[in-house]
Ligand binder design. Structure first.
Ligand SMILES: O=C(O)/C=C/c1cccc(O)c1O
Ligand SMILES: [Fe+2]
Length: 324
């Protein structure tokens, strides 16, 4: 029986390294427990995972807007799981062809490398990388310049239509956001040695370089919580607007969002919300939908306007397992 459903969740590699305000960790864990129960009730046969990268799998020597992994390996940064994802190659190939036939340019990789942006949701929602058949879809949410966000909505729509043709229960999973500005280098301002890393040399960080990079992000989280950080603050009002617009299925408004607006309002990594936009646009391909659960908390220690949402086609909630 076919069916579609959605979970979108922020990620933060700092979850294991910094302690949020009292009660927040428990609230986030409860939100993920609710998402796991939602997923168990839906019992997906395939997960289309929309995720960003943080100069661990994709670099400026070849930076696509979108890429589907026919095979994918997690590098295991910040103690996230390392190893092979259980990519459903046949489904990945079918989605790829249908998306290309829909005139949406998407790259493909026979050896895609991913980081915590993909591994953390698989760890937290499924207990590991290999527990569920997955089609990993990279969406560039960091390395400027970025295309207009309407291209992301079109990618999601095309993948949603393609998923409906699979005659399977497909979960769309978006990873990242919301407002946040972790200390990620930028091509235009990075010093030469850092510029070399984000162009290609970041594929071969030494353990010491990797530890230094992770420590810098962890310290930035501590500083943000202490009010001494130099990165942009979280923006709960912007996060609320994004969550409400997605819940309303208002894709005309989403298409009006300018790339510069994301950074000005919500930090350089707020572009990770593109994974949410793609996931919701994919769900919308099956018709109107409803958000059945929505959690949000600004967590500066994790450098994340942190949200977890669940959604399914309207009216399917009272029919048990969703159908499209
Ligand atoms: O790229 C890094 O090393 C850090 C990434 C990070 C930090 C905080 C919140 C996030 O969503 C991140 O991806
Ligand atoms: Fe991220």
């Amino acid at each position: 029986m076919t069916g579609v459903a959605l979970v979108c969740a922020s990620h933060s590699p700092l979850m294991e390294f910094t302690e949020p305000a009292a009660g927040q960790r428990e609230a986030v864990e409860a939100a993920f427990a609710g998402a796991r129960a939602f997923i168990a009730g839906f019992d997906p046969e395939l997960v289309v995972l929309f995720g960003p990268d943080h100069y661990n799998g994709f670099f400026y020597d070849m930076m696509p807007s979108f890429c589907v992994g026919m095979a994918a390996t997690s590098i295991g940064d910040y103690n996230s799981s390392a190893g092979e994802l259980s990519v459903d190659r046949e489904a990945a190939g079918r989605l790829l062809q249908i998306v290309l036939d829909a005139d949406v340019d998407i790259a493909m990789s026979e050896q895609m490398y991913v980081d915590h942006g993909f591994a953390q949701p698989l760890d937290l929602l499924f207990g590991g990388l290999g527990r569920v058949p997955v089609v990993p879809v990279f969406i560039n949410g960091l390395a400027e310049p970025l295309g207009h966000v309407r291209r992301v909505r079109r990618l999601g729509e095309a993948i949603g239509r393609a998923a409906l043709s699979l005659d399977r229960r497909v979960l769309f999973l978006g990873s990242g956001g919301l407002s946040h500005d972790p200390p990620a280098p930028r091509l235009e301002t990075a010093p030469p040695e850092v510029k070399a890393r984000i162009i290609s040399e970041g594929r071969r960080l030494t353990p010491a370089q990797r530890a230094e990079r992770e420590m810098r992000a962890i310290q930035a989280g501590r500083d943000l919580a202490a009010g001494t950080a130099t990165i942009q603050p979280l923006n709960p009002a912007w996060d609320k607007l994004v969550l409400e617009t997605l819940a309303a299925g208002d894709f005309d408004t989403i298409d009006s969002w300018r790339t510069e607006w994301f950074v000005a309002e919500a930090g350089h990594s707020s572009h990770e919300v593109r994974t949410w936009i793609a996931a919701y646009a994919a769900l919308a391909a099956a018709g109107p939908y409803e958000v059945t659960s929505s959690f949000y908390a600004p967590i500066p220690e994790w450098i994340a306007g942190f949200a977890v949402t669940q959604a399914r086609p309207s009216g399917s909630a009272d029919r048990g397992r969703p159908t499209c």
